[in-house]
Write a protein that binds this ligand. Structure first.
Ligand code: HEM
Ligand code: HEM
Length: 408
């Protein structure tokens, strides 16, 4: 039985799996809002890759002609029509997608896989509705065609047993007979699992906890991204696609992180003189927030020379072995008009545990005042484990207040 060329076979299954991934991600895009920025870029990148692979595949079809048709008559004609329809789907889906982003009111730049800028097609804005409707519809037509196509393949394999399927499977390998179609399911499943979760709790990966210096997580920004602030609010409401990643903020000098703990009817209170914070957060979409605070534990002071001398020791912060404490949170939740809660992880004195902080924002625009609190169960971090700590209350109240300015 003559077979398709290996290049044609590889492209057949690769494109099929990528299309499944695209549909899976595409259906989720509109519900994601600003959280979906990176995913929109990925969807557009993979879509254009499919367009390129399809053009390559069509080129190969002429260079290495397909094996002769196995079946004539109306069945053969139907198979050819479905194949034609599938090519139309493979070209039409990316082209309508490209057209819809090219005609949107706010033109969001596309960087294919973060590298190659995708130009906008010179189409009139009036074509937007058609492109958008077509893009959604074409996916459904594609699904219908694929179902027909698979039914045809099954008919040959199960009913007619004519070995047609092996034309698209290398080496008559049974493993590939199962594995290659399974790639399509895998592509669809992958599109589901990479969707950002609404309010992730405890998602900080291990290496973040260890990182002593937080880095501003701005990986997805680049020179071509538009500035949020240049787009008027009413336009934003009409944008179908998020216009940028959530904004990053810099903490202004003069901020404070303080702590207080009861001690035998009195309160010992102090603060950390040195700390840094890398904050990425859109107050309207707190679920995309990325908060990383790093505290220099040697900078702790309670304003009393004797007690300050004890803090770096093993009974309290063990500064020599654990010079920094970090708090990291991915995602925050709105709990009131200006109030938020972020559940993340605190790494302190070599122990890493879930920790929640609460904060409020005041002001608007590019400058916000942040004030917040956290209650830390000190025993969990082995803080205050000796003779001097017998009368210390179990919970330490941490408070923070600072001004943050949005990065341009
Ligand atoms: C190549 C195959 C592609 C497939 C199978 C595909 C499929 C889909 C699907 C099923 C949706 C959801 C539509 C809806 O529910 O209304 C969607 C949405 C979207 N797609 Fe694609 N897409 C592809 C390529 C592209 C490309 C190349 C671009 C842009 C360059 C693109 C841009 C978009 C945008 C911006 C949306 C959001 C929907 C909207 O705003 O109406 N897609 N896609
Ligand atoms: C489980 C899923 C699939 C199976 C079992 C399958 C199987 C096959 C087989 C056996 C052929 C060769 C037909 C022949 O020799 O006449 C073929 C051709 C083809 N398949 Fe699929 N396929 C699947 C999914 C897809 C998908 C998702 C697409 C694209 C959307 C696709 C597009 C095509 C096209 C366009 C051809 C014709 C190639 C040509 O002659 O130029 N297939 N497929």
């Amino acid at each position: 039985m003559p077979r398709y060329s290996l290049a044609a076979i590889i492209l057949h299954w690769a494109i099929a799996a990528l299309l499944a991934f695209q549909i899976s991600v595409g259906w989720a895009l509109e519900d994601l809002g600003a959280r979906g920025f990176a995913l929109y870029q990925l969807h557009k990148s993979v879509g254009i890759a499919i367009l390129a692979l399809t053009l390559l595949r069509i080129g190969i079809r002429y260079w290495k002609p397909r094996p002769a048709k196995l079946e004539g008559g109306w069945q053969g004609a139907l198979a050819s029509t479905v194949h034609g329809g599938l090519y139309a789907f493979m070209l039409g889906a990316p082209l309508t997608g490209w057209a819809l982003v090219s005609t949107a009111k706010v033109k969001v730049p596309t960087l294919i896989f973060g590298i190659i800028p995708l130009p906008h097609l010179p189409l009139p804005a009036s074509a937007h509705g058609l492109a958008e409707g077509g893009h959604g519809l074409i996916a459904w037509m594609g699904i219908a065609l694929v179902l027909l196509h698979v039914a045809g393949a099954l008919r040959h394999h199960v009913l007619m047993r004519d070995g047609l399927i092996w034309r698209m499977i290398p080496n008559r390998s049974t493993a590939l007979l199962i594995g290659l179609p399974a790639l399509i399911l895998l592509g669809f499943a992958l599109g589901r699992v990479i969707l950002p979760v609404a309010a992730p709790v405890e998602t900080a990966p291990a290496e973040q906890l260890e990182a002593p210096e937080p880095v501003a997580p701005e990986a997805s920004t680049n020179a071509t991204e538009p500035d949020n602030s240049t787009v008027a609010n009413e336009t934003v409401a009409q944008v179908e696609e998020p216009i940028g990643p959530p904004p990053a903020w810099t903490v202004q000098p003069g901020g404070k992180i303080g702590f207080a703990v009861g001690n035998d009817g009195q309160t010992i209170s102090g603060s950390f003189a040195k700390w840094t914070a890398a904050i990425v957060m859109d107050p309207d979409h707190p679920e995309t927030a990325d908060i990383r605070v790093s505290i220099d534990m040697a900078s702790a002071s309670v304003g009393d020379a004797y007690q300050d001398g004890m803090l770096p020791g093993d009974e309290f912060f063990a500064v020599a072995a654990h010079p920094t404490a970090t708090f990291t949170a991915k995602g925050a939740e709105k709990t009131g008009p200006n109030a938020y809660r972020a559940s993340g992880r605190l790494s302190l004195k070599g122990v890493s545990k879930p920790q929640t902080i609460r904060f409020t924002l005041s002001g608007d625009g590019a400058t916000r005042k942040v004030t917040g609190t956290a209650t830390i169960a000190r025993a969990a971090f082995d803080v205050g484990n000796g003779d001097s700590s017998g009368s210390l209350a179990p919970n330490v109240a941490v408070t923070f207040a600072f001004t943050a300015k949005r990065k341009p």
